[in-house]
Design a protein around this ligand. Structure first.
Ligand SMILES: [Zn+2]
Length: 491
């Protein structure tokens, strides 16, 4: 199948890419170490992340993986890379067929409904970096073509249940998950079961139809449906060709899913590796336990967003190292809220400076602190996207600047620089509700009263000035006088 890169249109690169920090290293599961990112072709990065199987509502596990990749892609674009971000949607699958049967609806209707819900959730999560969502069922032609090639090359075989991949034929089997062919026996999942398979770890490429109600397509191997793994390589080959830069997903699909993708594509093309870098997000637990149906502790994105803001969810995800495990709990969310409150309070003060009359700067250390924070922030992101360290640099800046802000010793230029840094941070991470900051910035009524009070104080009309102060307090602000002018504080 010829590659069809016509489908790939890269977004415009960032207007001010930060070339200085572009030496980026990330941990790749394939090599088991941090590697410098060098795209196959100039500064273009083709990235594929496994999408959802649309048989139910999306939960926090999806949120974690997709928020990480959204931030990572935004960061790459900010750095000047041209990224094409592709995701598949598994809309034909045993789980879909089973759920549809339970509900008495058609599998394709159920899949379409949950695909819509998923995309709605992604929008609510401010995930807008994906260039293309490709449905499995829109790529049946490409899937059949790949299976045919695998059969021709002797990597696949046909039995009564369908077409299977023979893992013993592919030399590189197990290189991603470090499993041997014998250890692959637990690859039996979903539709892969058959007692007449050559090896227990062989997986299904094409499942022949058993029941009338199953979704099926005509093929040279008989009427049926694709296995889970083949859709990804069919889709990535169509958009990127036999090889591409980054493959991502959550840890729990390294085996058998990603191992199977490698086996399919590398045996078919003879080209190694399928993807240069393999990025896997860490596990997610709820109150220390794995999220599962049996424990009934799944947290749906929609119900989460009824209680918390999207910024809170995004910050909770990105403040942890992307490949470490994270635990969801009420107290974790509380910590996140108070950290974000600190950021918002800080930015409110900074934005107030921007509205003030020019105040003479008496401290050069703020300028230095800002440039150090910016440098440390990007330096840590370029080292395996180390967000805990990157955010520590940001919070250090908040801490060290707060004391100057409280004394009104920050000039407009520095305040603007700080604001710009936080706007950059937000462009990558989506963690600051700037609307809220604006909304909570000083109301114009208060600003007018403040001017009035200053005027009265200049005329030494102290009593009247005090009355205006009381007026200001009705808006829940207090005024502190400093030698550089009045400072407003929210009560
Ligand atoms: Zn996948």
């Amino acid at each position: 199948m010829p590659k069809n890169t016509k489908e790939v249109k890269y977004r415009k690169a960032a207007t001010t890419p930060l070339k200085k920090f572009v030496r980026l290293k990330v941990y790749s599961t394939l090599s088991g170490k941090k590697e410098a990112i060098k795209p196959i072709k100039s500064n273009k990065i083709n990235l594929f992340v496994c999408g959802p199987t649309v048989y139910d509502f999306s939960h926090l596990g999806h949120a974690r993986t997709y928020i990480f990749f959204d931030s990572f892609v935004k960061y790459l674009r900010h750095m000047g890379f041209k990224v094409f971000y592709l995701q598949n949607i598994t809309d034909v699958d045993d789980k879909i067929i089973l759920r549809a049967k339970e509900k008495g609806v058609l599998p394709q209707d159920l899949a379409l409904a949950f695909e819509k819900e998923h995309l709605k959730d992604m929008k609510l999560l401010l995930i807008d970096s994906v260039d293309k969502y490709a449905r499995a069922t829109d790529h049946i032609k490409e899937i059949i073509n790949q299976i045919q090639r695998l059969l021709e090359k002797g990597y696949a075989y046909k039995i009564n249940e369908g077409v299977y991949f023979d893992i013993s034929k592919f030399k590189g089997y197990g290189k991603l998950s470090s499993r041997t062919i014998l250890q692959a026996e637990d690859a039996v999942s979903r539709i892969d079961y058959s007692s007449s398979k050559h090896n227990r770890g062989d997986f299904c490429l094409w499942k022949l139809r058993e029941r009338q109600e199953e979704p099926s397509w005509q093929s040279p191997f008989g009427s049926g449906r694709p296995g889970w793994h083949i859709e990804d390589t069919a889709i990535t080959e169509k958009f990127f060709g036999a090889q591409y830069d980054i493959h991502g997903g959550s840890r729990d699909i390294i085996f058998p899913h990603h191992e199977a993708e490698i086996a399919q594509m590398e045996s078919m093309s003879g080209k190694d590796p399928l993807a240069k870098y393999w990025l896997h997000t860490g596990f997610l637990t709820v109150d220390g336990q794995k999220m599962s149906k049996s424990l009934n502790n799944s947290v749906l994105i929609s119900s989460f967003l009824e209680r918390y803001s999207v910024q809170q969810l995004r910050f909770w995800v990105v403040k942890n190292l992307w490949r470490s495990p994270v635990d969801y709990s009420e107290s974790a969310m509380f910590e996140v809220r108070s950290a974000l409150d600190k950021v918002e309070e800080f930015l409110r003060k900074v934005s107030n400076i921007l509205k003030q009359q020019e105040v003479k700067d008496k401290s050069k250390s703020i300028k230095k602190a800002i440039s150090k924070a910016r440098k440390d922030f990007y330096k840590n992101l370029s080292d395996d996207f180390n967000t805990p360290k990157a955010f520590a640099a940001v919070f250090n800046l908040i801490k060290s600047t707060n004391k100057f802000l409280d004394k009104n010793l920050v000039n407009k230029k520095d305040a603007n620089e700080i604001y710009r840094l936080f706007e950059e941070i937000d462009k990558i991470f989506g963690i600051i509700d700037f609307k809220k900051i604006k909304h909570l910035s000083i109301p114009s009524e208060v600003e007018k009263l403040l001017d009035q009070r200053e005027e009265l104080r200049r005329n030494k009309e102290w009593e009247k000035a005090d009355e205006v102060r009381k007026e200001i307090e009705k808006y829940r602000y207090t005024v502190q006088d400093s030698k550089n002018g009045p400072i407003l504080k929210k009560i």
